[in-house]
Design a protein around this ligand. Structure first.
Ligand code: ATP
Ligand code: MG
Length: 425
């Protein structure tokens, strides 16, 4: 049996990487006073159609939708923001606080052609700052995305790209001109872009096709269609990023694959040369919550693709060194009917001092058990044979130096403190 195409098992040795990322991220997010939110993986299909937009790739061809037993149209979430916007409305979170700073981490689903860094079930960590129209809010979100990437070990090998995509009206005006312009070159555009001229012309700006890109370069640009208010907001964000010494590049052609963004749109790309080099995407979405039936609650958010991060980290082998081995291996060889309470007294003490250990369960001979301890690269082996069990002491073998000593149960607490000082830091 194989897993479904585009899905993967995360096995124990990889899980340690995921745990590491979660811990590091929690640290930064808590410090910035962001709180975790967990929304359901399934939602009404309507939610995504109304938020992400009907003519986007995600809604058009990538959604996992099905009818449940009661004939409801359900979709496995393709991204996090729509569900959170829905949760803000369902739970009236805007009444408790003016600003809700939220984060999430979990699986997302898109029916795409699987390739390196592109799966059908993938994971995102994301943040949403809900309730502010200040450019400081945009800056805060970008700053935290930047901090997360730095904490995950990236430095100088990614680029933040930023664009101002204006408001709905400004974009509509631009779309009309863009369509007028592109119509003249319809035959020269790539197939996908031809299909998009009348449905989603903005996405054509994003095309990877060289010929299409060339045509775009001579066409109208969005910035010329923006009013002063949009431009002022964008300039403020740029100014703040400069204060923070966060490098960015303005990309006039950056649009996102979701309809709900306005004003600020951004992406963080690694310097890898492939189509899966975007690790983070985000922007401002002032009208989404209202569009879904809530009040006007301007917001900003972003999502980071975790598989892409992990691939990069594995290439840099930073994460391969996270140790999961126990510090103490307990080898036991006892006779039937022997009182083995010593074992539990030892494990209780180890638990008390939060030292990671593993009990051998094989009851094979002690030298075999010690071999096993060596194999899994434990530092210390506690040996408990008949003699030790009967006389309440432990033969402690340091596997790194091959030295051995005897420690009585009443000395154990102090001995563990000593071990911790030596090796657990
Ligand atoms: P792409 O252009 O690569 O398809 P996107 O614009 O569709 O990306 P977003 O919707 O902005 O992606 O999602 C945010 C992040 O989630 C992406 O930058 C990427 O890191 C990750 N991501 C998106 N789709 C996938 C996928 N199918 N598999 C793995 N990661 C993904
Ligand atoms: Mg995509």
């Amino acid at each position: 049996m194989q897993p479904l195409r585009g899905t993967k098992d995360i096995l124990p040795n990889e899980s340690k990487i995921w745990q590491h990322i979660r811990t590091e991220a929690t640290d930064i997010l808590e410090q910035n006073n962001y709180q975790e939110i967990q929304t359901p993986i399934i939602e009404n299909t309507e939610l995504f159609k109304r938020s992400i937009g009907n003519f986007t790739d995600i809604v058009n061809k990538e959604m996992y939708s099905f009818f449940d037993q009661s004939n409801r149209n359900i979709t496995l979430r393709p991204e996090g923001t729509a569900g959170i916007a829905r949760a803000v409305i369902s739970n009236k979170l805007y009444l408790d606080k003016n600003i809700n700073r939220l984060w999430y981490m979990g699986p997302m689903f898109r029916y795409e052609r699987p390739q390196k860094g592109r799966q059908r079930q993938f994971h995102q960590i994301g943040i949403e700052c809900i309730g502010s129209n200040s450019p400081i809010c945009d800056t805060e979100v970008i700053k935290i995305a930047n901090e997360l990437l730095t904490k995950f070990g990236f430095k100088n090998n990614y680029t933040l790209e930023l664009n101002c995509i204006g408001n709905l009206q400004e974009r509509e005006n631009y779309k009309l001109s863009l369509t007028e312009y592109l119509k003249k070159y319809q035959q020269d555009l790539d197939k996908d872009s031809q299909d998009r001229i009348y449905t989603n012309p903005l996405r054509i700006l994003d095309s990877k096709n060289n010929k299409t890109q060339e045509i775009i370069q001579y066409g109208p640009i969005l910035i010329d269609y923006l009013n002063q208010e949009s431009i002022n907001h964008f300039n403020e964000v740029c100014k703040n990023l400069n204060y923070l010494n966060i490098d960015f590049k303005i990309n006039n052609y950056l649009v996102r694959g979701l309809d709900y963004y306005n004003y600020t749109a951004f992406e963080i790309k690694t310097n890898e040369k492939n189509n899966q080099n975007t690790v983070c995407g985000g922007g401002r979405y002032d009208n989404l919550i209202q569009q879904l039936g809530g009040p006007y609650v301007p917001s900003v958010g972003c999502g980071i693709g975790l598989e892409r991060l992990i691939i990069l980290k594995q290439q840099n082998s930073v994460l391969n060194n996270i140790s999961t081995n126990p510090i103490i291996y307990i080898a036991i060889r006892h006779s039937i009917n022997q009182d083995i309470s010593l074992i539990w007294q030892i494990t209780n003490t180890l638990k008390e001092y939060k030292v990671k250990f593993e009990l051998d369960l094989s009851n094979s001979n002690l030298s075999k058990q010690i071999k096993k301890a060596n194999k899994i690269q434990t530092k210390i082996c506690f040996i408990l044979g008949d003699n030790e069990i009967n006389n309440d002491y432990i033969t402690v073998k340091w596997l790194t130096t091959n030295t051995q000593q005897q420690i009585y149960l009443h000395e154990l607490s102090n001995y563990i403190k000593y071990i911790k000082k030596l090796i657990v830091t």
